[in-house]
Design a protein around this ligand. Structure first.
Ligand code: DGL
Length: 265
């Protein structure tokens, strides 16, 4: 039986999940958080589902060994590839995955055209097709894979001329198609909000699901009487690539500059 004071494990292929970690910390400041950035294997977006499942299994085992009371897949691509497998392996463990915000976007759009920026892996998945079937029957959805964006964000680039050009090349076709609502379907992309805000008209809504994931974690923990009731320990970080490299860009993407350890698997 897990303890309320046990930590919550949060993972992503790299730094993208920090955008979700921030929402979790905002909503649940009492929770102690562990974060694994699988930077040695980023990007997940162009890799096979089997490869990603294997990585997620290692990370789940690690969180288990750390005594985590719950796990958050703070990665859309990892969720489509691995969440079912992990649920089967750990049926009693609260597990939160994430998916592009198609449902709220379909409800919000006035033009009836919604754009989705996400990885190739997410957009090509059966899970995403099912999401569209379920929630997007009355709207037109224009999808845009964005190879290259994650790699730039991983280096801490949130605004270079090359990044700007790459992003504009992905966003402009969505605007040309009449989208008035853009879904950020990859957890790295919320870090590009300031840049996006310069590119899209003010009446285009930009939606991501970090806050919804935090609310879902809250629900799952509350239902099991597992919400932390003491002060949180400082978040702890691991990277499967050079820990120093993550340490160096943490201050840009996270409010503290914590020590990063080497992820052992
Ligand atoms: N941050 C991830 C997502 O939400 C994946 C990025 C990648 O590694 O390609 O999809």
């Amino acid at each position: 039986m897990a303890e309320r004071s046990a930590p919550v494990g949060v993972m992503d292929s790299g730094v993208g999940g920090l955008s979700v970690l921030a929402e979790i910390q905002r909503l649940l400041p009492g929770e102690s958080l562990l974060y694994v950035a699988d930077c040695g294997h980023v990007p997940y977006g162009e890799k096979s589902a089997e490869y990603i499942r294997e990585r997620c299994r290692h990370i789940a085992e690690f969180f288990h060994a750390q005594g985590a009371k719950a796990m958050v897949l703070a990665c859309n691509t990892a969720t489509v590839a691995a969440v079912a497998d992990l649920r089967e392996r750990y049926p009693d463990w609260p597990l939160v995955g994430m998916e592009p915000a198609v449902k709220p976007a379909a409800a919000a759009t006035r033009s009836g055209v919604v754009g989705v920026l996400a990885t190739t892996g997410t957009l090509q998945s059966a899970k995403f097709a099912a999401l569209l079937d379920r929630f997007a029957n009355d709207v037109q959805v224009v999808t845009q894979p964005c190879p290259g964006l994650v790699e730039r964000i991983e280096t801490g680039d949130l605004g270079s001329a090359q990044l700007r050009q790459l992003l504009l090349g992905y966003v402009q076709p969505l605007l040309d198609a009449g989208c008035d609502t853009l879904i950020l379907g990859c957890t790295h992309y919320p870090f590009l909000r300031p840049l996006l805000a310069e590119m899209v008209p003010a009446d285009v809504a930009i939606i991501d699901t970090g806050a919804a994931v935090a609310r879902q974690l809250h629900r799952l923990l509350a239902a099991r009487d597992l919400l932390a009731d003491g002060p949180a320990q400082a978040a702890r970080f691991w990277s499967s690539a050079d820990p120093q490299a993550l340490s160096d860009i943490l201050p840009l993407l996270w409010h503290e500059s914590d020590r990063v350890q080497r992820f052992p698997l």
